[in-house]
Write a protein that binds this ligand. Structure first.
Ligand code: FES
Length: 174
């Protein structure tokens, strides 16, 4: 059975709403998001939060998978530099973040769709503000529709393969 993007409803039609997948570190940003919720600081409901034990646990593949499965933006939240519970997990995150932004740009995807923020457990207001800003930024960029782009890239590849094959056939008859 063909796997359907979980966000089908969000990515199709005129009623498109941006979908943001957020990977939040358990020790800081996730707690801050919890605090924001408990303190009734409103943040946009278009975000789906995934708790990880450290921002360094966010494999670049997680980010690419989120985009491939319908996310329009990905937000990573981690402890401030020097505060990571695993010493240098967030430094790894920072390096991966810059690498990923370059990869996204090479794929023709706006790097602004990926954001990294250091947000401590006490910064409920900052997490709410960051989520709201990101939703608005991605709304301005429009839908990503990466699954559609995959189909276009597959079609391009198929046509290139056919062209190469035709060239080989012509060469074989010369
Ligand atoms: S424990 Fe929070 S970023 Fe590493």
């Amino acid at each position: 059975m063909e796997e359907k993007p979980v966000t089908d409803k969000l990515v199709t039609g005129a009623d498109w709403e941006p979908l943001i997948v957020a990977f939040f570190c358990n020790w800081c940003t996730y707690t801050a998001a919890d605090l924001a919720g408990v303190s009734r600081m409103g943040y946009d409901p278009n975000v789906r939060v995934i708790r990880v034990m450290c921002s360094g646990r966010v494999d670049p593949q997680f980010v690419l998978d989120a985009f491939a499965h319908g996310a329009d933006g990905v937000l990573i939240g981690g402890c401030h530099p020097g505060d990571c519970h695993y010493v240098e997990g967030n430094y790894k995150t920072l390096r991966r973040y810059h690498l990923l932004r370059r990869v996204l740009a090479d794929l023709g995807i706006e790097p602004e769709r990926l954001r990294l923020e250091w947000i401590a457990a006490s910064e409920g207001e900052k997490v709410a503000k960051t989520i709201n800003e990101m939703v608005e930024q991605v709304r301005a960029l429009g839908p990503l529709r990466l699954s559609r782009r995959f189909r276009e890239w597959d079609a391009e590849l198929a046509s290139l393969e056919a062209e190469v094959k035709r060239g080989e056939e012509v060469a074989a008859h010369v």
